[in-house]
Structure formats: structure tokens, C-alpha cells
Ligand binder design. Sequence first.
Ligand SMILES: *Cc1c(COP(=O)(O)O)cnc(C)c1O
Length: 556
Amino acid sequence: MTERSLATVQQLFPSEDGNPQGRHMLLELIEQIIKGVDELKNPDGVNLKGDKSRAGNFYNDLIRSSSIPADSIPLEQVNTELLKLLHNHPYHTKYFLTNILPMASTPGILGMIAAFMVNGNNLWDVYGPAGAEAEVKVISMMSKLIGYDALKSGGYTTWGGQGAVFSGLRLAIAKVAPDALRKGVPDHLYAFCSDSAHYSLFKSMEACGIGSDNLIKVRTTTDSSMDVNDLRRKMEEVIARGGIPVYIVATTGTTDAMGIDDVEHIYAASAEVALRYGLRRPHIHADSALGGFFAFFNDYDFEANPLELKPDVAQALHAIGSRMRHLHYADSLCFDFQKLGQTPYLTSLFLVKDAADLRLVDLHPDETPYVGHRGYGDYHTGYTLECSRMASSISIYSALLAFGMQGYQRLLAQLVEVNLAFREALIRQIPQIEIANPDNPGIVTLFRIYPDSRPGFQSEVSGRCTLQEIDRNNRFNERLFEILGRGRDRIFFGDTKKHLMVPTVDGGPVALYATKIFVISPYTETRHVHDIVEYLKEHIAQVYEEYAQAPMTSGR
Ligand SMILES: *Cc1c(COP(=O)(O)O)cnc(C)c1O
């Protein structure tokens, strides 16, 4: 290769020796991106500026027009292309209220950059010592936060809250059927979660080969938490049929309504049933992907109230905390740092109470010829489903240092305060609205609107409505979803078609639709609530106007 072409290749990499020219080049390119995004920002709407129409054959056209360029494109020009991808992209302004999709914080981003600069492979500390070190640190930090013995606990960063639910299931199976790793999974194993749980367990049951028919859904109470008596009953039914309950996912912060399962109660009930039938207690995974971060208030002194939280905010946080303090009853759990941990995707942390559990799913040394189990290296994650792993622990570490306990407490308290302000304003300003998760303090409000004054939410949750009435109300709310959806570049609300399963007088249980206000941006403040609620009011009025002109016929 000629000198020149060699130089061209090397210019695409950070320097080998730390020379200032190389550094400046990299910094300038990074600045081009950051400045480019800044120029697209628009705090009066949700989306970044720039045109992008995804109508028509958008993706098909992309397929046709995309090919690898024959020659190298200068990096400034590549950056320009990258910035075009960001045109009209949703951005986490104060009007971003749709779901648990946070902004990546500065320390979270810096942690990623630090990790990328050495690009270690977190599979083995010989390849990725920085990632291993950060991983051990953050596992210890989070273990201590929730009350695990950090000298006994273990864990790793993985592919999402869903990956954590899957990892918990692998442990659950291995505990009851150690042979399953070699011989396949027996078909009489059962798992349990509530109606309001995330579909992660459903998918995991499919993927591990047990099948989703062996997933038993437990009823929820009106606060979207698991009805533990129903769990007990359903475990007994499974056992009576010759099945073995191996896994319970306790959702500690449901994705829609922030319902919080009582892990202590679930632990006690499942242990009692297991004991009675001479079985091993099922593995309990607390799916705390979203809600676990409220454990930052576990040791908060609500009496002294050092952060001067307003009484209603303190009360809400205290109520959440009264359930979160039981997280340590779970055998495993998860913190999705890309949710309330304020780090970029993908930074989920799977924790196990007893690190020895991980040995049940570890690879035999014979099966890892490339890495690990050598005289050198002390940290080899043969128990993860991934082989190579990114060192996302470094980003988590960075955020934990930068926020600290109080930083997270302040941020969460602000989100809770704004959410309370929304609830109050909705109730006061829009009489047609009923709050659909009134018993769930937190950062999300779900609400429904009704075509006529009655039957309303109370009749629905208490089972006094017909299927037809609920169907009609759901479709009325769906109209609002559509109207709000069209304006989502201005204010971005969320919605769900599966809030609560409610009984009906003439049929089975049916799901309620609800609009969501998810307070997630650090830039949404209580002083913005009024305008946002005014906006909602106008759009809700449109639903009623359309309804007056063309009332929905009942039935589909
Ligand atoms: C978000 C969420 C998940 C899924 O997490 P991913 O990181 O998207 O895989 C699972 N369970 C709960 C309760 C969640 O909120």
C-alpha cells in the first residue's frame, strides 16, 4: 500500500499516540454533530427542525437508493448525512410526554464516549478491563441501594428489561431442572405475572421453548398491582394439574400505570404454597426496569425532608417507597438505566441476589476455547446470552457518580411534582376527564373521556358496564388518540389500549384504553402545565364536536 492510502485509512481512526492534531480533528467532528443538532432544536415543539416526509414509499425508496459508496466520503460530509437522519426527529423537550423514553444525560453520553475510546469487550476482563471494573462497581452500588448483600450479589448489563426477564427465567428453569440445559426444557414448568406486566415474559416463554401457554396471568387490582390471592389460587391450580411453578415476575412499576406489585407479599405467598406442596419456591424476578429507580428514596428522611419536597410530592414518593423497599425479597431484578437512569440505549442492569445462581447457566470451560477460564483474567461472563458485550456499565457508572443519590432524588421528585400538577389541572379544567390510575402516584397519568356523563370510570372498574358500553367508550377515547397523534410534533402524548382489564356484566374482562401523560423530560416544569392542559382541552372539544355530528353506533 502507498504511504498516501495508508494515511487515508489511518485518518479514519483516533490517533495512536495522542497527538494534538488528531485530537482536534476528532473534537471538531464531534462539535459539528453537536452544533448541528443544536441548530435543529425547537423548544416550542417536540420534533427537531428539518423536513422529512415518511409518507408513500419512504422505506421502499430507501431500499432502492441505498448502496455502499465506491470511494471514501470525507467525514464532514458523512456528518452532514448523519445530521439529515436527525431531521424532524422527536426530541425530549418539555412537550415530550408520550412514554418512558428519556433524554440521554450528559454524564450518560460521556460514559459512552469513554467506553468507545478503548472499545473493550465486556465479555472478559482481559479484553475489557474497564467495563468489568465499572460493572462490578455499579452492581455493588445498586445492590446496596436496594438492600442486597453486595458481597453475595451479582449481575451484568444486558439487552433491556426484556433481557433481564429472560435471564431470570433461565435461572428459574435451571434451579428446578438443572438437566434442562442439556436435555431441553420440560413442559410442565409454569411462570406467572400480572395482567399489567410487560410482554417481556410472554416473549421469554416463547423463546425458551416452554411456550406462552404455560404463562399464567394473574389478576390485577384497580391500582394495577398483582392480586396475590389470585396468584396463590393459580399456583395451586397449576400444581393440582401436575405443573410446577418455577418463575414469578413481580412488576414493580408497570410500564403504563406505574402499578407496583408487593414483592414481600408475593414472596411470602409463593413460599407458603411451595412449602405446602413440597416444592422449591419459584424464582422471583422483580421487573423493576422502570420503577426500581424510586428506591433512591429508600433511605430518604421524610421527616427532616432535606430536599424540601412539597407535602403532596413527599406523600407520593413515600407511598411508592413503601413498596420499593421490598425489592430485596426478589431473587433477581433489573434497572433499565436507559429509562430513569438517564443513560443512552442500551444500559440495562440485571442483578441477582445470589451470584452463585449464575453458575447454573455458565458455560463449561471446554466450551469456551477462545476466552476465559485461563490462568489470566478473573472476570468472564460466560453466563450471559450475549458473547461479546458492550461496556455499557461505564455509562451507568458515569451517571451514578454525576447524579448521586440526591441528583436522582431531585430529578424524580420534579417529575412527580409535575405529574401531580397535571392531575390537579386536568381535574380542575376538563370536567369530561376521569383519571384512570388515581391510586398510582408517580410520573404518569392516564385518563379517559366519556361520551355521556355516565357510566364513567368507577362503573367500569367495578364491573357494572356491559361489553358494549366499554367498547363504545374505548372507541371514543381512540378518537382522541388519533386527534392528538396528528399533532404529536407540537405536543407528544402517549396512549395505551391495555390499561386495566375490567370485568363486565355480560362477558369476560376487557381492557380499557387511556391517554397517557408521561412526565419524563427534565424540561417539563409545573409552569408549563397550564398551557399543555389548555391544548388538551381544545383537542378534547374536537372529539365531542365530531361526536355530536356523527355519534358512534354501538357495536362494531
Ligand atoms: C421497559 C420495560 C421492559 C422492557 O425493557 P426494555 O429495556 O425495553 O427491553 C420490561 N418491563 C418493564 C416493567 C418495563 O417498563
